[in-house]
Design a protein around this ligand. Structure first.
Ligand SMILES: Nc1ncnc2c1ncn2[C@@H]1O[C@H](COP(=O)(O)OP(=O)(O)OP(=O)(O)O)[C@@H](O)[C@H]1O
Length: 810
């Protein structure tokens, strides 16, 4: 006994959001022949991760996560423990379950699901064995179908070689789609289970392909129903679906058989649809309700719908080969598994937990059902003569009553809401009709307005264009005049500049000549002064020579003087000695010293004694000569020195005067030339300034004129006019668009509100819009000039149409 309370876990499962994802198990098929295994192609990283290195893609490989990656050495029993055991536990707890194998052809799907005899038995047989190996409170039923070329066949139906196999149809009840009219076989022992599986497999479409000698050419679904007695009259039923999918394969691996190719095409198509469904379910999880999942696109997905959306437990066993020859197929299988792993089950298409009775059917009364089932099963299995079971029909009926009650309630609710909606719809219709009438009136008024506006705009456009042309003409004239003025002014400016330059050059040349004359004059003056200086220098030299001669003479005379003095001194000494002798003589002779008497001695009168008379005259002569000499010397000296000094002083004075004069003359000349130059410069600067100011005035005038010309040019620019024209055109286009929009709205509103044919716009309105079309076309095409016909149209359209209030008519 696996569980005490049937259906309890279902409620737990509803609460458990983490465990509602699809479970994925990876099984790598061991190499069947040497060299089949490619080194490093598939690496199992852990119990949940695997890395694939694609032989043609560069990189470190792609990693894929699974719930379980079983080791290569995993036996069939261990495989059952990883998948079937979990399923049977959930099924006995009252939950619907699904287990399907997915992989490329020859990767080991059928081996895993069906297996072989004895220890090789696959997950299906082992699970069945476990389901039956319970107490009597459980009843087990099995059905076996295949989807071959999008046709469903009952594999447990009696096979008759003469008749074609009947195709079964898919039906739907509250629990989802199911195969209608399929044989349900009660199984009560493991042997019976094996027999049923074998019987079904014998009817399977199997054929040899290049990849697999016994390749499944169809998807086969083995559905096991487990009914558990809840109370004396109530039975809870859950089901397990074992689905062995046909392998995806490339056409090159099939061969040239057309039948095989056709089979392969439908297989691949249905598998692709399964992939799409998984992807859509994923997308719906991200953005609930974003897409309607396309279960109906293939029979396989249709039958799997309840296991992919309901509160089911679904396990996918992905089988892959180790051979890198099938790298593409292996990669696709891994990608499918990775995508499926993220799909959460038990949620409706709005992302909410599906709490409808998806899992369990409750049979309220199934009297002696187990006995009956058991009795029947014994005969059926033996003969493979599987027929509809009456009790099952009854159970199904009861189940249907439940559904009918459910639907009736829903129907009542829906009827009430439809009635309310109809009433609301009538009100809405009334309102809508009124609004439509209003809208029609408004639309017609708008159209009239638009028509008038269009005509007004057309007129405005025409008059504006004419005005602009006039303006343009004027502007062109003004531009021409301005250009003429500019040319004249430029010529005037050029002549003024040339005269100013000429004047300046003339004054400069006159100044230059004057300066040249001044310079020449000064040069002659300078030459004269230089000759005077030379003369004076000559004089100076002469004087210096004379001075030197005087000096030598003076030296001679001073030597003479010194000689004379020394001679005088000697003579005085002699005179003194003579006088002494004379005195002695006198005293000797006259005892009177004539020198002591008061009378003056007159040496001339005195008769010279012998000695005295000889001495005195010589002394006097000497004295006189000395005095004369002295006087001469002094006179000579003084006169000479004075005259020399005077000459020198005069000469120096003259030189100084000349120098001073020269300096002054130079200074004057310099001052005068500087002054003149300054004045001349100032005059020139003044002239240049005046010329510059004149030029600036002229330049500013020219600039102003040029600006005026630019402005005139800009104003006269055609682009400006074109822009205006374009603006008018775009306005017209917008109005046209509005008209069409309104027309569309009118047509739509007619379509929506009236079941009959859509109302057409009135003939008058049609005519009025048709009248406008040539104008619009003309606006789109015509240039700035307005033709007479255009003017005529605008004149005619200018007449405003009277607005009519249709409401008043109503
Ligand atoms: N795990 C395994 N151990 C030993 N042999 C295996 C294993 N898986 C597969 N095989 C063998 O490989 C061959 C092909 O396997 P199987 O028929 O199960 O492939 P398949 O995926 O069902 O192919 P198809 O889609 O074409 O039916 C069989 O002979 C099978 O016995």
């Amino acid at each position: 006994m696996l569980t005490a309370e049937f259906g309890k876990q279902t409620n737990d499962f509803l609460r458990d959001t983490a465990s509602d994802a699809l479970e994925t198990v990876l099984r790598i098929r061991p190499a069947l022949s040497p060299g089949e295994c490619s080194e490093g192609f598939l690496t199992v990283n852990s119990g949940t991760d695997v890395t694939i290195r694609h032989p043609t893609r560069v990189g470190h490989g792609e990693q894929f996560a699974f719930n379980t990656v079983v080791p290569l050495t995993t036996t069939q029993r261990e495989m059952y423990a990883h998948s079937g055991a979990k399923m049977i536990r959930s099924a006995l707890d009252g939950q619907n379950c699904c287990l399907f194998t997915y992989g490329a052809s020859g990767s080991g799907k059928t081996h895993t699901m069906m297996g072989g005899p004895g220890e090789d038995a696959g997950v299906l047989a082992r699970t069945m064995e476990k389901a039956i190996d319970n107490d009597d409170e459980y009843l087990v039923f099995a059905s076996f179908v295949e989807i071959y070329n999008e046709r469903i066949h009952d594999l447990l139906a009696p096979v008759n070689a003469s008749t074609k196999r009947a195709e079964l149809r898919i039906r739907q009840d509250t629990k989802g789609p199911f195969v209608g009219g399929v044989h349900q076989v009660q199984i009560s022992s493991a042997q019976e289970a094996y027999k049923v599986i074998d019987a079904g497999r014998r009817n399977l479409n199997i054929a040899a392909t290049r990849l697999n000698e016994e390749s499944s050419r169809s998807h086969c679904l083995f559905v096991v129903k487990i009914a558990k007695r809840m109370t004396q009259h109530r039975w809870g039923v859950s089901q397990i679906c074992f689905c062995d999918l046909a392998g995806k394969e490339r056409s090159k691996n099939i061969g040239s058989d057309a039948k095989r190719l056709g089979e392969s095409k439908t297989i691949n198509k249905s598998l692709m649809q399964l992939g799409i469904v998984i992807e859509e379910l994923r997308n719906n999880q991200k953005n609930p309700g974003s897409v309607a999942v396309s279960f109906r696109n293939s029979k396989l997905t249709r039958l799997m719908q309840s296991y992919l959306t309901g509160n089911s437990k679904t396990i996918i066993i992905v089988t892959v080969s180790q051979n890198e020859r099938f790298a593409e197929e292996t990669l696709n299988s891994l990608k499918f598994a990775a995508s499926a792993k993220t799909v959460s089950l038990g949620r409706d298409r709005h992302g909410f937990k599906d709490t409808t009775k998806m899992n369990m059917s409750t049979i309220h009364d199934m009297t002696n059902a187990s006995v009956m089932f058991k009795t029947m099963s014994g005969t059926m299995i033996d003969n493979y003569n599987v027929t509809f079971d009456e009790d099952y029909r009854k159970w199904k009926k009861i189940d249907l009553i439940d559904d009918l009650i459910y639907y009736r309630d829903r129907d009542r609710e829906l009827s009430a809401s439809i009635f309310a909606m109809k009433n609301a719809w009538k009100d809405d219709e009334k309102l809508m009709n009124e609004e439509r009438m209003d809208f029609d009136i408004q639309k017609r008024n708008w159209k009239v307005d638009m028509h008038n506006q269009k005509a007004r705009l057309q007129n405005e456009y025409t008059s504006e264009t004419e005005k602009l042309f006039e303006k343009m003409k004027l502007l062109k004239q003004a531009v021409k005049e301005a250009e003429k003025q500019v040319v004249e002014l430029r010529a005037e400016q050029a002549s003024l500049i040339s005269t100013a330059i000429e004047e300046a050059l003339e004054t400069k040349s006159a100044d230059f000549e004057r300066k040249l004359a001044d310079a020449e004059e000064r040069a002659t003056q300078n030459d004269e002064l230089l000759s005077e200086v030379q003369v004076l220098k000559m004089k100076n030299q002469n004087l210096e020579v004379a001075a030197r001669e005087h000096k030598s003479k003076m030296e001679i005379k001073s030597a003479d003087l010194r000689n004379a003095r020394s001679a005088i001194a000697q003579l005085e000494l002699k005179l003194a000695s003579k006088e002494d002798e004379l005195l002695l003589v006198k005293t000797d002779r006259m005892s009177i010293d004539p020198l002591d008497s008061n009378e003056t001695i007159d040496f001339d009168k005195i008769s010279p004694p012998t000695c005295r008379s000889s001495i005195l005259p010589s002394r006097r002569a000497i004295l006189n000569s000395t005095q004369e000499l002295m006087l001469n010397i002094v006179d000579d000296k003084s006169s000479q020195s004075v005259s020399e000094e005077n000459d020198k002083v005069d000469l120096y004075r003259q030189i100084q005067d000349l120098n001073r004069q020269l300096r002054e003359a130079k200074k004057d000349a310099k001052d005068s030339s500087e002054k003149k130059e300054n004045n001349h410069h100032e005059a020139l600067l003044h002239q240049i300034k005046e010329a510059a100011s004149r030029e600036a005035d002229q330049g500013s005038r020219i600039n102003a004129l040029e600006l005026e010309i630019d402005l005139l040019k800009k104003r006269s620019d055609r682009c400006h006019i074109r822009k205006q024209k374009e603006a008018l055109e775009s306005e017209n286009a917008a109005l046209q668009r509005k008209v069409t929009k309104l027309e569309n709205m009118l047509v739509e509103s007619n379509d929506e509100n009236m079941p009959g044919p859509p109302s057409t716009p009135s003939k008058k309105f049609k005519n009025s819009t048709e009248d406008l079309n040539p104008i619009i076309e003309h606006l789109g095409k015509s240039g700035p000039r307005v033709t007479r016909s255009q003017r005529r149209i605008s004149d005619t359209t200018n007449q405003e149409l009277p607005k009519r209030n249709l409401r008043s008519r109503k």
